[in-house]
Design a protein around this ligand. Structure first.
Ligand code: SF4
Length: 89
């Protein structure tokens, strides 16, 4: 399964939660109203704004949809080679 690096920039995140609505297994809001990254619904400690997770193709598409929904483009997604998949460059 492909591995993605998923990163939220907490300085850009405004807590709009559209990522959480679309991909709740991957994004949740912390006490500061910033989205942090989960691994398939679990929260490996510590909570973190960046995590590498293994995903199916469907999960990958859904996570990218979540990133696309972010009004401030605070979510960055990279493939195993470090290529930025979203936002597209
Ligand atoms: S959609 Fe963007 S601004 Fe909203 S919680 Fe997610 S990362 Fe933050």
């Amino acid at each position: 399964m492909p591995k993605l690096t998923i990163k939220v920039d907490p300085d850009l995140c405004i807590g709009a939660a559209s990522c959480v609505t679309i991909a709740p297994e991957t994004f949740q809001l912390n006490d500061e109203n910033k989205a942090y990254v989960l691994d398939h619904g679990t929260e490996p400690t510590p909570r973190t704004y960046e995590r590498v997770i293994e995903v199916t193709e469907d999960e990958k598409e859904n996570i990218i949809l979540g990133a696309q929904s972010c009004p401030t483009l605070a979510i960055f997604i990279y493939d195993e080679q470090g290529k930025q998949l979203f936002p597209e460059q």
